[in-house]
Design a protein around this ligand. Structure first.
Ligand code: F6P
Length: 366
């Protein structure tokens, strides 16, 4: 179907890790759709609400009205719930015997959209969820994607909502550590999120006054870190703040994993041990974890999310399916979803921000 004249009902879902700003997207998309006279259905927890009558004791589908999205712009989390578990297709599928299956339910999903008379889906998610949305588009579903991740690692958009909020939280934490580190003449190692890229580490480390910033894009050497600490000692700055992205790794080495599922973790503790042993200085660690995804989105993220939600409805109006809304420069545009999910946006190691940090004396472990 290439005309949007027939649009009567759209669905919205949120998938993958949550990010501050999700509710702002839901609110903007719902209000813009209602203004068109469309009905809006929220799908709980990714696609689970489509495949199960009930999810977590609530109906799987949630009709969205102006009232139901009133006053949610500033709320973290997602009104619809989300999920980041599941099979290759990224879907949790509860089988009739109650176990979690890993079959590909795409045919079932397509049939449910048809049966419910849903004319288009606005899928809000990160790389995993957008890959699902793209596969459903290739199977004939009319989909518009909205990029979401605090990692800010989606190639086709200059920024994703949630990222600035994560940087804000991490910067505040890093800033608070200076006084206690100086009081004890300690090295503090702060582990921040960022599955494959060092955007949060770089931006919060620079803003928070870190002395060392370790990112996946620049494999580090412990010797170089120890040299930086020793240099500070020589100039009577007897404490150091190190910010490390969870996916950072030593030169010639591998990232540290928290468990066998491939989730990152443990690098701060590993580094602290090596630093304490190599420098003789007391070293403490702080893993910020999910606090970077919690709380109310900062104004920048609220406004970017509201813009994305309204732009997604505009794409549906124009019949521009199989696209993803994206921030490019100062404008929100739509880009082909297939292109948007191919490349991860890594920190440019020769970029202006890394260069600035180096000019300020920040060590990247290289
Ligand atoms: O992709 C966003 C992210 O927050 C990563 O930075 C982090 O590694 C991951 O999600 C954590 O996933 P989960 O919430 O499933 O533990």
């Amino acid at each position: 179907m290439d005309s949007t004249d027939g649009i009567r009902r759209i669905a919205i879902n949120t998938g993958g890790g949550d990010a501050p700003g999700l509710n702002a997207v839901i609110r903007a998309a719902t209000l813009a759709a209602l203004e068109n006279g469309w009905e809006v259905l929220g799908i709980r927890r990714g696609y689970m609400g489509l495949l199960q009558d009930e999810v977590d004791g609530e109906p799987g589908l949630l009709p969205l009205s102006a009232r139901s999205v009133s006053g949610i712009t500033h709320l973290g989390g997602t009104l619809l719930g989300t999920t980041s578990r599941g099979n290759l297709f990224g879907l949790e599928v509860r089988e009739s015997d109650g176990t979690w299956g890993d079959r590909d339910p795409s045919a079932e999903i397509m049939a449910r959209f048809e049966a419910l008379g849903i004319d288009a889906l606005i899928a809000i998610g990160g790389d995993g969820s957008l890959k699902i949305a793209h596969r459903l588009f290739l199977k004939g579903l009319r989909v518009v994607g909205v990029p979401k991740t605090i990692d800010n690692d989606l190639g086709a958009t200059d920024m994703t909502f949630g990222f600035q909020t994560a940087v804000d939280v991490a910067t505040d934490a890093i800033g608070r550590l200076h006084s206690t580190a100086e009081a004890h003449q300690r090295v503090m190692v702060v582990q921040v999120m960022g599955r494959h890229t060092g955007w949060i580490a770089l931006e919060s480390g620079l803003a928070g006054g870190a002395d060392v910033i370790l990112i996946p894009e620049i494999p580090y050497s412990v010797e170089k870190i120890l040299e930086k600490i020793a240099e500070r000692e020589r100039t009577r700055r007897r404490f150091s703040i190190i910010v490390v992205a969870e996916g950072a790794k030593p030169a010639g080495g591998a990232p540290s994993y928290a468990d066998s599922t491939g989730r990152y973790g443990g690098i701060a503790a590993q580094l602290a041990e090596e630093i304490e042993r190599g420098s003789g200085k007391e070293t403490r660690t702080l893993t910020l974890g999910h606090i970077q995804r919690g709380g109310s989105p900062v104004p920048f993220d609220r406004n970017l999310a509201l813009r994305f939600g309204a732009a997604a409805v505009h794409a549906v109006e124009r019949g521009n399916f199989g696209c993803m809304v994206a921030l490019q420069g100062k404008s929100v545009r739509s880009v082909p979803l297939g292109d948007a999910i191919t490349d991860i946006k890594r920190v440019p190691v020769d970029g202006e921000m890394v260069h600035t940090a180096r000019r300020l004396g920040v060590c990247f472990g290289d």
